[in-house]
Design a protein around this ligand. Structure first.
Ligand code: MN
Length: 130
């Protein structure tokens, strides 16, 4: 198993935050800035886990999750997907799970929660670095 994480996110501040947090634990981050680019990268690259923003500029995260789960690349049916939702109170979380995501996190992103959720699926290459 590798340590490649794909983050599908249009907000550059969140992208930089997550990139720094995950690279400090030894993960390698692949970046996609909209839903369609995310689906293409997931199908093309070796990816071990996907972090998925729900509010994206083209297709939303639910549609991304649906396309990944129905992709002709068979591994994408089972790849861990962590949804990142901005509107937990509006039912985003339940919709994300229905669309095929495994778990969800609410924004603003908490780094310790992020590490814990990612490590639950993909062991950290650098577990001792805080
Ligand atoms: Mn967004």
């Amino acid at each position: 198993m590798g340590n490649n994480i794909l983050y599908i996110e249009d907000n550059p501040d969140n992208m930089m935050l997550v990139k720094r947090a995950l690279e400090s634990r030894g993960y390698h981050l692949l970046e996609a800035v909209n839903g369609q680019e995310g689906v293409v990268k997931a199908e093309k690259e070796m990816v071990d886990l996907i972090l998925l923003d729900i509010n994206l500029p083209d297709i939303d995260g639910y549609e991304v999750a649906h396309r990944l789960r129905h992709s002709s690349k068979r591994g994408l049916a089972y790849i861990p997907i962590i949804a990142i939702t901005a509107n937990a109170l509006k039912g985003d979380a339940e919709k994300a799970l229905s669309a095929g995501c495994d778990v969800y996190m609410s924004k603003p992103i908490n780094i310790r929660e992020l590490w814990a959720r990612v490590e639950a699926f993909v062991p950290s290459p650098n577990p001792r670095i805080p």
